[in-house]
Design a protein around this ligand. Structure first.
Ligand code: HEC
Ligand code: HEC
Length: 196
């Protein structure tokens, strides 16, 4: 029953319902496909959580990572979301991910500037007005799987997901794995928004 969770302290919800996958400090755990969260903005985090709670993200039958996350918010109420988001952005230490994707950052920069920067920003810090999240400081393996989910039509297809649809429309502009890895390698060179 969602009502019983509503009003529980955010730190308790985090520890009991999120940390097992995202890590105590929100640093992410690659083995379960759960990304680091600490470099994302409040509006973006709030929208994604709302979308998982409302079945707008993570419901495609082939989206196994999205489904794991969607099932995990079954006991999270809308009222819990602002507190969780503020905990993630103000209480958890900023994460700096390690590099796991090999690519050519110099090649990737060209693609990034031409195809991504208009929405995600010149330094990949995101643009909340456009709904585009920060990519700098985000785990590179997650950028890869998230991009692939848009390409494969697993994300951004729900009729109420207008921001996801914008990204899904753009994704085919870069659909070769080598090119995608080059862009991700470039993004990995950019400093994140929050630093220790
Ligand atoms: C069973 C593991 C699991 C649990 C528990 C879990 N998550 Fe997740 N979470 C994931 C996975 C896997 C993804 C990546 C989904 C994808 O690839 O689309 C994710 C994605 C997210 C995203 C989207 C990140 C982005 O960049 O779009 C947010 C926000 C998030 N989780 C927050 C939470 C919060 C808050 C909780 C606790 C209420 C929680 N998660 C519990 C596994 C989990
Ligand atoms: C037209 C604007 C636009 C352009 C251009 C664009 N994006 Fe996006 N992107 C978005 C929006 C909006 C979202 C958020 C979608 C959502 O809310 O689910 C997003 C989400 C993403 C995500 C998921 C991040 C996460 O935390 O889950 C990745 C990865 C991504 N974009 C990579 C790229 C790359 C790489 C390029 C260039 C090749 C690019 N985007 C170009 C608008 C854009």
């Amino acid at each position: 029953m969602t009502a019983s969770m509503s009003g529980a302290p955010s730190a308790e919800i985090w520890q009991t319902q999120c940390a097992a996958c995202h890590g105590d400090a929100g640093q992410g755990i690659q083995a379960v496909g759960a990304p680091a969260l600490t470099q994302l903005s409040e509006p973006y985090l709030a929208r994604q959580l709302t979308h998982f709670v409302e079945g707008i993200r993570g419901t495609h039958p082939d989206d196994s990572a999205g489904k794991r996350m969607a099932l995990s918010v079954a006991n999270v109420a809308q009222d819990d979301i602002p507190g969780l988001v503020s905990l993630i952005t103000t209480q958890l230490p900023p994460t700096t991910p390690t590099t796991t994707v090999a690519g050519n950052p110099a090649r990737g920069e060209d693609y990034y500037v031409n195809l991504c920067s208009a929405c995600h920003g010149g330094n990949a810090l995101g643009n909340d007005t456009l709904g585009a999240p920060a990519l700098a400081g985000v785990s590179d393996w997650y950028l890869r799987t998230a991009y692939q989910a848009f390409l494969d039509g697993l994300r951004g297809q729900h009729p109420d997901d207008s921001y996801g649809a914008q990204m899904a429309r753009l994704a085919p502009a870069l659909d070769r794995q080598d090119d995608i890895d080059d862009v991700i390698a470039f993004i990995a060179t950019l400093p994140p928004h929050r630093t220790r």
